[in-house]
Design a protein around this ligand. Structure first.
Ligand code: SF4
Length: 458
């Protein structure tokens, strides 16, 4: 963690100040997790589907260059213009160039975590381009000048009263009115005007099919379709890992995606973009931005299987009670904590430690990424590279010494029990982060070792 920046624990402490918010954030995401469980259990062969998805992605990761080239050839044959971007900077520059070349200064954008990762909105705004996010949740956080806190539910951290206030200021809804139906209708009217007047639309890509050169965008609101169909230029941004070999593989991924994300049998709109309509330009930007480095990290390459369903966030007890913004990166939660250190190990050194390693994330992941194992492995890499805090380094050294020396271990245990019994104020204070949220244990009269030695003699 770079000095001066707040880490996950500090940012989580800010989120935790509003207990009421933490409680419903936790409960709402758990409710989504339960919907996912119901769907998963109701589909015969769920585990076989997960296994199939995982194996398809294994194939993709082992032959990524070939599938990407195949996709490029087929997409070009369909009339799509293909661009390659090595990093976020190149991606943003390509988008800007396309807009300027066509004299466009206003763009509508549907949800794309890749553009969040590239900080596209900030970049375009600095260049005088007006970008409007058309996904309702994304639009809410955009009006609030905040990043999304969840990859599927971007404004899950916001109370409806806060959204009512935002809409009152920006969209002129009645003051103090937080009726979800009224707010949604106001957003609908506002966005309709945007759709009709923007000449360019940017969408993300959920899946790109190498065999056909088409790409698929999944939304529940139809906003990606509306933007892309009305605009003169459709720009689609995709990470290199979004490729799948054949169209038939969509049958596996589409069944897993919506069920894992929100507990729906299928996303409301799964739109296939194959070629531009007459007179329209269709561009696709294929972005690396650190992914090929992650591909080369043997222990972490499987993280590129991710289909961004968000299930690992909904189930994670740490995410649910610390909020997405505490991860200070575009993709929060367990998967974000694996992806972010690849981009900047020092800046995101705190994230792999923001986990109980309970393994619930790995259990729900539709593409069977070994998420908790990778978090554990990142911890080892980060410690070896020296990116932990001085306090953590010192405490780990002390712990290593204590656990490797029976004499130090027994003495430490005795001292600990004595302190808990006779001087509890030494540990029950605000300097002990464990005590802040939990009761300290009652000290036993003797250690297990002492009890065992005594009873063995008998
Ligand atoms: S890691 Fe797995 S569970 Fe998490 S978002 Fe990606 S696909 Fe979904």
């Amino acid at each position: 963690m770079e000095s001066g920046l707040k880490d996950h624990a500090e940012l989580a402490a800010i989120f935790n100040k509003d207990e009421n918010r933490v409680d419903w954030h936790d409960e709402t995401l758990w409710w989504v997790r339960q919907k996912r469980d119901k769907m998963a259990h109701g589909l015969p062969g769920w585990e076989a589907l997960r296994e199939a998805a995982s194996q398809i992605k294994d194939n993709v990761l082992s032959n990524l260059n070939e599938y990407l080239q195949q996709f490029e050839v087929n997409a070009q044959a369909n009339g799509i213009i293909v661009h390659w971007a090595a990093d976020a900077k190149e991606h943003n520059e390509i988008v800007l160039e396309l807009l300027l070349k066509n004299g466009i200064r206003k763009m509508v954008k549907s949800k794309s975590m890749l553009t969040e990762e590239c900080h596209l909105n900030e970049y375009l705004e600095q260049q005088g381009i007006d970008v409007i996010d058309s996904d309702l949740g994304e639009r809410i956080v955009q009006l609030a000048k905040e990043p999304p806190s969840h990859i599927v539910l971007p404004c899950i951290h916001k109370k409806k009263e806060e959204i009512g206030d935002l809409f009152h200021i920006h969209l002129g809804t009645p003051a103090g009115n937080a009726d979800p139906q009224l707010l949604t209708e106001a957003a609908r009217q506002h966005l309709r005007e945007v759709f009709l007047t923007r000449k360019a639309a940017l969408t993300g890509v959920n899946f790109a099919v190498a065999e056909t050169g088409e790409f698929v965008v999944c939304t529940n609101e139809g906003n990606a379709d509306m933007g892309a169909h009305l605009a003169d230029i459709h720009i689609a941004s995709m990470g290199i890992e979004k490729i799948i070999p054949q169209r038939k593989h969509l049958g596996v991924f589409l069944r897993l995606l919506a069920r894992s994300a929100t507990g729906q049998p299928i996303t409301t709109y799964s739109s296939h973009f194959v070629k531009p309509r007459d007179g329209q330009q269709m561009h696709i930007i294929i972005v690396d931005n650190g992914r090929s480095i992650q591909l080369g990290r043997e222990d972490f390459r499987n993280s590129l299987k991710c289909i961004r369903c968000g299930a690992c966030m909904n189930t994670c007890p740490v995410y649910r009670r610390s909020g997405g913004h505490s991860y200070h990166t575009a993709i929060a939660g367990p998967i974000g904590a694996i992806l972010a250190p690849n981009l900047d190990m020092e800046k995101y050194a705190d994230l792999p430690f923001a986990s109980t390693l309970c393994g619930s994330c790995s259990n729900v992941c539709p593409v069977k990424i070994d998420i908790h194992q990778q978090l554990y492995k990142w911890r080892q890499v980060i410690v070896q590279k020296g990116y932990t805090t001085t306090a953590k380094k010192a405490s780990m050294k002390l712990m290593a010494f204590t656990l490797s020396s029976p004499a130090a271990y027994h003495t430490g245990g005795k001292v600990g029990r004595w302190v808990l019994k006779h001087a509890p104020f030494a540990v029950n204070n605000k300097f002990n982060p464990w005590f802040k949220q939990r009761d300290m244990p009652e000290p036993p009269e003797q250690s297990f070792g002492e009890w065992y030695n005594e009873n063995r003699k008998k």
